[in-house]
Ligand binder design. Sequence first.
Ligand code: SAM
Length: 202
Amino acid sequence: MGETCPFGTDVQRYWDKRFEYFLRFNDGIKIDKEGLYSVTPEKIALEIAEHTKGDVIVDAFGGVGGNAIAFARTGKKVYCIELDEDRKSFIEHNAKVYGVDDLIHTIQGDFFAKASTVSAKTVFLDPPWGGPSYKESGSFKLNNFSPDGTKILDYAFLNFDEVVLMVPTIFDFSEIEKFDKQYDLQDNVINGEIISQTIYFS
Ligand SMILES: C[S@@+](CC[C@H](N)C(=O)[O-])C[C@H]1O[C@@H](n2cnc3c(N)ncnc32)[C@H](O)[C@@H]1O
């Protein structure tokens, strides 16, 4: 039997995948319940980092650093914004575990307030999907993101040249037609299963 999840049985299935999330999990990775169910698995985060063109990235919704660490491992400089003070400190700690803390500058606060304080042309957006039960709605709309995805994308298109958004597999793509933007789509695959998709707007 596997190790019992310290954050409750409702997220045991995420805990069982902790080494998919961070290969070096046992080297002292720090995580909390929300960080556990929302982190981008290491393999996928690296694929996104390789596909992203810019060298200086704003990671708008840092979480526990899954994406920020991958961006830094591919040599990019990252301004990593996170609202939650504890998770912001976990990003700093986890970046040290991977030896990339010199490339990640963390900022605690709201993306809309903090993004304009740094200079970058690329923004990576992985906003909360509303918790582990997000699939219950059947189809995922921009207003299921929190903050609202329309507000996030309006802001991003106004302030950045390259916009990268991660969405659930049940995302309703008709939602982004109103922005009239071209985009590439990447399937995020783990063990043969598409677990999310990444939209690269151009
Ligand atoms: C889906 S998680 C990001 C996971 C991250 N990509 C990772 O791999 O660890 C979303 C994060 O956005 C943070 N967040 C929510 N609203 C925010 C805001 N307005 N500005 C900045 N961060 C916010 C949450 O606290 C949460 O940690």
